[in-house]
Design a protein. Structure first.
Length: 380
């Protein structure tokens, strides 16, 4: 089961994040407008927001193991469509990839809670590292793959092989069902998750830190270049943001899982975000910009992994983990989708990036406060 979870997590990221580095080539090849290119990167987040609240119910009715397998099949279908059918296939396939990914995003934390109830933090750390590694591999390899003659189509399609392998391995888990009770009866007895203050704090912590991630990864290269850094150097420095997040992604949830109260670990991610943003705002010197990037990468490793781990920590059982995960990821990714857009809009209003960065700084403070409730030894 452990291998299946790690491979599934890898596939939930490699297909989504692989588009970013190839976007200039895709735009030029298909004649997309700037608005269309923006929609292409936003579609998966919109799919996450729409499908996530439904994923838990689908999992209970169809079986969580079968639903994750369906998600992998949808990811494979979307990968093929977006690489072979021109502009319509590109957008339809990307939406289908987003739907399949949302099913896996929501249900993996519940599977971890069910299969490893005493090791939630440790196993969450493993699959978070798989996600971060997948994002880094997609960023690093897709442009070179395209340059070998495969083109952007082939560079995206080649990762479908990983999805096929994962689907074949996951087949043995297709019968996995986290609850043996009647789904209709269970749903009738449930307190609405949105009425839980704790669920909202978990959601805010996860959502705000996801928003910060997408805003930073989307705008950091441009911010660095506006400070005088060469474009190639800015790309290398931005890659540090992903690389340095690997260690805290592995260590922090593992250590936090040994504690009943995780408030200190949640505070760590938010404090690092605050320090990183202030450093980025305070100086345009190359050394300061690189230092800020490293601090923000460490913050992302702490905060994103803990946001996922909270969905297991704050749930009584696997079914509750699926409900909390669906709610947190639905609202959280809807919030995340606004991050790059708001930061870009604020930059348009001013001659520098400090207003947009100030917005991220304010959001980090809100996440810090939410984490002080979300980290307490309670369940929804």
């Amino acid at each position: 089961m452990m291998l299946s979870i790690i491979l599934a997590a890898f596939c939930l990221r490699i297909i989504i994040t692989g588009v970013g580095p190839l976007l200039p080539e895709i735009t030029a090849n298909l004649g997309l407008t700037g608005r269309s290119s923006g929609l292409l990167t936003t579609l998966p987040l919109l799919a996450f927001a729409v499908v996530s609240p439904l994923a838990g119910k689908i999992g209970r009715r169809q079986g969580e193991g079968k639903t994750i397998l369906i998600g992998l099949c949808l990811i494979l279908l979307g990968t093929v469509l977006r690489s072979t059918l021109g502009v319509p296939g590109l957008f339809l396939g990307t939406a289908i990839v987003g739907i399949g990914t949302a099913l896996g995003n929501v249900l993996l934390p519940a599977v971890v809670k069910a299969e490893y109830p005493t090791r939630v933090g440790q196993v969450t750390a493993y699959y978070t590292v798989a996600m971060v590694a997948a994002a880094a591999i997609g960023l690093a390899l897709n442009v070179p793959l395209s340059g070998t003659g495969l083109g952007w189509n082939g560079a995206l399609l080649v990762w479908g092989i990983a999805v096929v392998i994962t689907g074949l391995i996951w087949r043995k888990n297709a019968s996995l069902r986290l609850s043996t009770s009647n789904p209709t009866e269970t749903e009738g007895r449930e307190k609405p998750i949105w009425k839980s203050g704790l669920a909202w704090c978990v959601t805010l912590y996860f959502g705000i830190n996801s928003m910060i991630f997408y805003a930073v990864i989307g705008w950091l290269p441009t911010i660095l270049q506006s400070a005088g850094m060469q474009s190639g150097t800015a790309g290398i420095v931005t890659s540090l943001y992903q690389v340095v997040s690997l260690a805290p992604s592995l260590l922090v949830p593992t250590l936090a899982g040994k504690c009943r109260d995780q408030r200190g670990w949640l505070m760590l991610g938010s404090v690092l975000n605050i320090i990183g943003i202030i450093t980025l705002m305070s100086s345009t010197a190359a050394a300061a910009q690189v230092t800020a990037t490293i601090i923000l990468g460490l913050a992302n490793g702490c905060a994103f992994s803990m946001g996922l781990a909270l969905m297991g920590f704050r749930a009584r059982d696997a079914v509750e983990a699926a409900r909390l995960s669906g709610f947190a990821q639905s609202v959280g990714y809807a919030l995340a989708a606004t991050g790059p857009m708001v930061v870009g809009w604020l930059h348009d209003l001013t001659p520098n990036w400090n207003i947009g960065l100030g917005y991220i700084l304010f959001a980090s403070v809100v996440a810090l406060l939410a984490g002080q409730k979300a980290g307490r030894d309670e369940t929804v």
